[in-house]
Design a protein around this ligand. Structure first.
Ligand SMILES: [Zn+2]
Length: 433
């Protein structure tokens, strides 16, 4: 009996390396046919990339080959840093919304497991969660632990807690909250004291960033995208409370006034910003505040609506808002392209289904006038700078987060949607050469 147990134990240990990140990370030499490092003005040609213990050790025409290093031949591929999506909702997805009334934190967790697998498969090696939909607890920090321990496949996760929301505001799921759960528990709060307490509560439960709903939205039934949820005093109190404990704030804001209040409060990033005036975009640029424009979530709809294609699967109140705001969303997208504001890539996946490849955001940004280089930086080195992570760049000392695709995204941006190789932290998670 003891023998059986010992063998099982050994068997289990033998299995561990395939469980990836918790296991030792063998060295590898990647032969890239062409590559971009995340920061240069364009492709840099063929190169070799040495990966040791999860980090990039050397990049050059010919690198050292430590004994036992695996050679990964990507000489027919284009290699670039793994993508970073700064705005996802891991606990969401169309299937979640279809089942919300019967949902609970267990079903949200299963959504999250599916989301993590899809994202990594599509080349996203890091994501920031922009609002945990959990009813009674905090699901995203648990997903992060599961990914880090190798229990599930997924990107590196930066957690954002529940979106702190006013009563009746964008993230007030009051009608959906289960028995025994107070509004405060899911950070539906009012007033300076309430907002401060929510910041502390979210951070104490694992939020690495603090997310605030500064305006209403399109999907939320009881408010509109130009409605402002918090006073300047409340918004500034949230930023001050977060700063006191070493955290950054990111704000959901569509309308111009909500974006302006977020700028005055001193947030690190504005999410969406889709109805910002040119003058407000200029304020963001001057203050060095990041914008995460989530264009596949917003501009695609606006363009379809403007062209007369109405998605009848949307509730009537959503269709009405789309019709009202589409022209201004399109105008704002043009202004974002012309502005100097710092952009970080974000999709808002989770408000739509994770079967959608988030990399389509690259092509959407380009369609809206953003230069391919700016879009590609937004999804790699720029996002890493915003998130203060040692990623998004192919250079010695950086995390070995790499993707490969058939051709150069500088020639055709949609190459980013055809990822066939994914390495995260030196571990290969997808390899279809
Ligand atoms: Zn969102």
């Amino acid at each position: 009996m003891r023998h059986v147990f010992v063998s099982l134990l050994m068997f289990g240990m033998l299995l561990l390396p395939s469980c990836a990140s918790a296991a030792s990370k063998p060295s590898a030499v990647i032969l890239a046919g062409n590559y971009w490092d995340g920061v240069s003005d364009g492709p840099l040609g063929a190169a070799e990339i040495l990966v040791v213990d999860g980090r990039i050790a050397e990049v050059g025409k010919s690198v050292a080959r430590p004994e036992g290093a695996r050679v990964i031949d990507l000489s027919s591929k284009f290699v670039m840093p793994g993508f970073i999506d700064s705005h996802v909702h891991l606990t969401g997805g169309a299937r979640f919304f279809a089942n919300t009334m019967g949902g609970n934190d267990a079903s949200l967790t299963l959504n999250g497991v599916y989301a993590c697998g899809q994202l990594l498969n599509n080349g996203f090696t890091t994501v920031r969660d922009a609002g945990d939909f959990s009813f009674a607890f905090w699901v995203v920090p648990e997903l992060k632990k599961a990914v880090n321990s190798g229990i599930i496949r997924g990107p590196r996760i930066v957690t954002g807690g529940h979106m702190i929301s006013a009563v009746g505001g964008h993230f007030d799921a009051a009608g959906l909250v289960r028995n025994g759960v107070s509004l405060e528990q899911v950070s539906v709060v009012e007033g300076v004291d309430g907002v401060r307490r929510a910041v502390h509560n979210e951070v104490s439960h694992g939020a690495e960033w603090v997310k605030i709903a500064g305006s209403g939205g399109f999907m939320s039934p009881s408010d509109g995208p130009e409605d402002v949820s918090y006073s300047q005093e409340e918004m500034s109190a949230a930023v001050a409370a977060a700063r006191d404990i070493g955290k950054h704030v990111f704000v959901h804001a569509y309308g111009d006034e909500a974006v302006r209040r977020a700028v005055v409060a001193g947030v690190r990033s504005v999410e969406h910003g889709s109805l910002s005036s040119a003058a407000t975009l200029e304020m963001l640029a001057q203050k060095g505040i990041w914008l995460v424009p989530t264009q596949i979530a917003v501009v695609v709809n606006a363009r379809a609506t403007a062209e007369g294609h109405v998605d009848m699967s949307m509730p009537e109140y959503v269709r009405e808002k789309n019709a009202k705001f589409s022209p201004r969303i399109l105008e704002c997208a043009g202004n974002i392209a012309k502005s100097d504001v710092k952009l970080a890539f974000g999709t808002d996946l989770g408000t739509f289904d994770f079967s959608v490849n988030g990399a389509t955001e690259f092509a959407e940004m380009v369609r809206n006038g953003i230069a391919p280089l700016r879009a590609l930086k937004a999804g790699t080195s720029a996002a890493a700078e915003m998130l203060e992570l040692n990623a998004g760049v192919i250079a010695a000392g950086k995390n070995a987060d790499l993707v490969a695709m058939p051709g150069s995204p500088f020639d055709d941006i949609s190459a980013t949607e055809k990822v066939s190789f994914v390495m995260k932290g030196g571990v290969v998670f997808r390899d279809e050469r």
